[in-house]
Design a protein around this ligand. Structure first.
Ligand SMILES: NC(=O)c1ccc[n+]([C@@H]2O[C@H](COP(=O)([O-])OP(=O)(O)OC[C@H]3O[C@@H](n4cnc5c(N)ncnc54)[C@H](O)[C@@H]3O)[C@@H](O)[C@H]2O)c1
Length: 266
């Protein structure tokens, strides 16, 4: 248990079924928040959230579909009576050379989920933050790929740079309501996404070797909980005057020229 910086508050996390979203939901519950969790399928988080003594509303909601997402958020707010923290985490990553036949579908899906999905999440939740009159904190998941790309990741990089612009624009637009909007930019994070993007047939030791050049610190990746710690900080009053900021959780990846030898979006 890491204290109660979010005691009495309510947090929405999208993409909460696995990976970083799941870790964020658990960490925010540990910090005292009740959780509204969404994913393509209903996230199964009740044991984790209830073991923190917090409550959970879990819904299936595709971030690409604004109406369904709004309904899920409305259910959560009806149950808990307020909304304070929004973590727009849901995302997809696919690697495809830009001139390959599959690049069009990859481009479309990346824009729909990683950019329009975040936009939908912001639009579904901002009215509650404003109406609450208590301010709020929104955290958008970017990537180091907002700053530094790798071959075959044009769609992914474009969307992650896109959310940086969206974050800054919304941060200034809603500052007068004391709503803080920031982004986190992880390097490689050991989640199902990274495992699925990794070359087939490599042992864990080989994967560690493969990803190690990505980062400045001598680690191949960070854990989801490392990103959750940054999310929890930005969500909390410890960050009460931090807004419009892009926070790398990058193990120094942005300091070095190395990259995984093939593919491997982050
Ligand atoms: N893993 C990495 O190396 C890495 C690095 C930097 C940034 N990121 C970003 O972190 C975020 C979380 O990724 P992760 O590593 O936990 O990946 P993940 O694939 O393990 O989890 C992503 C979750 O998002 C959900 N999702 C996908 N499309 C959705 C949609 N249309 N509507 C609702 N939910 C949807 C998935 O079902 C899944 O549960 C993403 O935005 C990703 O781009 C990941």
């Amino acid at each position: 248990m890491t204290g109660g910086r979010l005691a009495g508050r309510v947090a929405l996390v999208t993409g909460a079924a696995r990976g970083q979203g799941k870790a964020h939901a658990v960490r925010l519950a540990q910090e005292g928040a009740d959780i509204i969790a969404t994913d393509l399928d209903v996230p199964d988080l009740s044991a984790e959230v209830e073991s923190c003594g917090r409550r959970l509303v879990a819904r299936a909601a595709d971030v690409r579909e604004a109406e369904g997402l709004r309904a899920a958020v409305a259910d959560g707010v009806a149950e808990f009576g307020r909304l304070d923290v929004v973590v727009a985490n849901a995302g997809v990553a696919q690697v495809a050379p830009s001139l390959s036949p599959e690049a069009e579908d990859v481009w479309r899906l990346a824009l729909e989920v990683n950019l329009t999905g975040v936009w939908n999440t912001c639009r579904a939740t901002l009215p509650y933050l404003i109406e609450g009159g208590r301010g709020g904190s929104m955290i958008i998941t970017g990537s180091t790929q907002a700053y530094k790309s790798t071959p075959g990741t044009a769609a992914y990089s474009a969307t992650k740079t896109g959310v940086l612009g969206l974050m800054r624009a919304l941060a200034i637009e809603y500052a007068e309501h004391m709503i803080r909007i920031n982004s986190v930019h992880p390097t490689t994070v050991w989640t199902p996404m990274l495992a699925e993007l990794s070359p087939d047939g490599m042992s864990e030791e080989e994967l560690r070797e493969f990803y190690r050049p990505v980062n400045g610190l001598p680690v191949p990746w960070v854990e989801p909980e490392d990103v959750s710690a940054a999310v929890a900080f930005l969500a909390s009053d410890d960050a009460r005057y931090i807004t419009g900021t892009a926070l790398p959780v990058d193990a120094g990846a942005l300091l070095v020229g190395g990259r995984a030898k093939r593919g491997g979006a982050s």
